[in-house]
Design a protein around this ligand. Structure first.
Ligand code: CP
Length: 303
């Protein structure tokens, strides 16, 4: 397979291979070897039709650490604004001898669509409310690093599950690795039939936190939200926000995750986000090794 379009298309062995490859790159980086010559003959275009801080910079850094040539494209400053189509845009970029395209796009399925119409390896860096595969990989990798394994762990994903590509990719990845997964959020922000994905629904946050080893706190996707669905922000925070008082009242110490960007004081307070229980910045650090692994493994299929 020369694309990474979603976790849905991976199996457990693929995930373990990505993790073992990421272990190697993380060890190399930790030895202060910031650049390896692996992909000197590969050119990668990062094309972003939606805003990003972590994913965009992390992919670029991963590519540069592998010695690939890198070009960056932001739709807002491009001829997309003059009406150029996605396929024309990408085919023009590919004609400059580009081998791989990392794309973030607001439309679900944009990566799948592109993979059928252009001749390059496509990596999905987030497609609307559909999938964000490298985020789910770095999330599971961070759980493995913190707790030793993903299998058998109880993980609750809290918040706006309905609009979250992070939630869907995490559910696929965690289930593949044998974790027990619950989702917790307002009923208006849970997909219909979410149980068909093999997860349980818990609408009481305290119960969910007392059950779990890991809580992944999601951001409310205001940009994708029909405001009429939503409890008010204050109501949301009261029922589904995590704060220090709540954490200290639990019967155990749990690991706190967040994909970022954080709405401080909404889904998570600063005294939790910045605490020893939080692995939020470890997730970001691991994102580089995971993306190095993904790009390295895909490049081996196109060389
Ligand atoms: N987690 C994540 O995708 O963050 P960015 O939107 O900043 O890339």
């Amino acid at each position: 397979v020369k694309h990474l379009l979603g976790i849905k298309y991976l199996n457990e062995k693929d995930i373990q291979l990505i993790f073992e490859t990421a272990d190697h790159f993380k060890e190399v980086i930790n030895r202060s070897i910031k650049k390896v010559p692996s992909l000197r003959d590969i050119t990668i275009a990062n094309i972003f039709f939606e805003n990003s801080t972590r994913t965009k910079l992390s992919f670029e850094l991963a590519e540069k650490r592998l010695s690939a040539d890198v070009i960056n494209f932001s739709a807002g400053q491009s001829s997309v604004k003059k009406g150029e189509t996605l396929i024309d845009t990408v085919n023009n970029i590919l004609s400059m001898k580009v081998d791989m395209v990392v794309m973030r796009h607001p439309n679900p399925g944009a990566g799948i669509f592109l993979s059928k119409h252009v001749n390059a390896s496509i990596v999905n860096a987030g497609d609307g409310a559909h999938e964000h595969p490298t985020q789910a990989l770095l999330d599971s990798y961070s759980i493995r690093e913190k707790l030793g394994d993903v299998a058998g762990k109880n993980v609750v994903i809290v918040g706006d599950i309905l609009h979250s590509r992070v939630a869907l990719s995490n559910i696929f990845a965690l289930k593949l690795q044998g974790a027990n997964v619950k989702v917790c959020g307002p009923k208006t922000l849970l997909p219909k039939h979410v149980e068909s994905l093999g997860v349980e629904v818990e609408t009481d946050l305290r119960k969910a936190l007392n059950w779990c080893d890991v809580a992944n706190m999601l951001r409310i996707q205001n940009e994708r939200l029909d405001i009429s669905y939503f409890p008010t922000t204050r109501e949301y925070t009261q029922q589904f926000g995590v704060n220090r008082t709540l954490l200290e009242s639990l019967n155990k110490e749990i690991v706190i995750m967040h994909p970022g960007p954080i709405n401080r004081g909404v889904e998570i307070t600063s005294d939790v986000a910045d605490s020893n229980q939080s692995i939020i910045l470890n997730q970001v650090e691991n994102g580089v090794a995971i993306r190095m692994a993904v790009i390295y493994l895909l490049a081996s299929k196109i060389k």
